[in-house]
Design a protein around this ligand. Structure first.
Ligand SMILES: [Cu+2]
Length: 235
């Protein structure tokens, strides 16, 4: 086999001569579009800490890139909130508006799951196993989940219009791939804020996006009011 540059003429590359000039232009355009798509993605990295500088997991993180429409959830998006050992698992579930959620009961007793929240009022009367129909969550907001039988059972379903979201992991981190924009609105929420508080949002520029740190601080001096302090670490 020849590896000299003169040997790599187009007519020696199998298949190339089978593609017409119009097809070649199409292929070049598709390749260019794919490259453009790739270049338009940015990585958001957020860490949420409490006021003792400890990592907070299960914090809802939602990003809205400025100038980008919040695309609707694609049809058929599903999620689930289990009942295990008389608890909702996960304690916080995060879905995009338009998602259908199943509530399977893995306990050997019956549960009666309901919500009176404005974003979704529903009721799944006493059942075992998985109810035959999922519940559609088509409106953004915080849905508090409870069980009519077991008063201590409490869970949250955070419904967002944005397709760019994640929950923080045990190290307090969330990484979200977002489209490129000059600025981003980052919203965070944790159950300790309460269901009536949609969360705290801050605006960040593109060059801050991959190193955002937010602190969830309890303000005991102002009557126990909780709020978020924002800080951005620079290298
Ligand atoms: Cu129950």
């Amino acid at each position: 086999m020849c590896f000299k540059p003169e040997c790599f003429k187009p007519d020696k590359l199998s298949g190339v001569h089978l593609i017409g000039s119009k097809s070649r232009i199409c292929l070049i355009l598709i390749a260019a579009l794919m490259l453009t798509e790739g270049a338009l993605a940015a990585e958001a990295r957020i860490q949420v800490l409490n006021d003792q500088q400890e990592a907070m997991d299960n914090v809802v993180v939602i990003i809205e890139p400025e100038g980008h429409a919040l695309a609707a959830a694609s049809a058929g998006m599903t999620a689930q909130v289990d009942q295990v050992d008389r608890q909702f698992v996960p304690h916080v579930q995060l879905v995009q508006a338009g998602t259908e959620v199943n509530f399977p009961n893995f306990d050997d007793i019956r549960h009666h799951v309901y919500s009176f929240s404005d974003a979704k009022r529903f009721e799944l009367p006493l059942y075992k196993g998985t109810p035959s129909e999922p519940v559609l969550f088509d409106q953004s907001g915080i849905v508090t989940l409870a069980c009519n039988i077991h008063d201590w059972m409490l869970g949250y379903l955070y419904v967002t219009d944005s397709p760019w979201y994640a929950l923080t992991d045990p190290s307090g981190h969330a990484a979200i791939t977002v489209p490129e924009a000059s600025h981003y609105l980052v919203r965070v929420w944790h159950p300790s804020l309460g269901a009536d508080n949609a969360g705290v949002e801050e605006r960040f520029s593109a060059d801050q996006l991959n190193n955002i740190s937010m602190t969830l601080a309890e303000q005991s001096a102002s009557g126990g009011r909780r709020q978020l302090r924002r800080s951005t670490r620079y290298p």
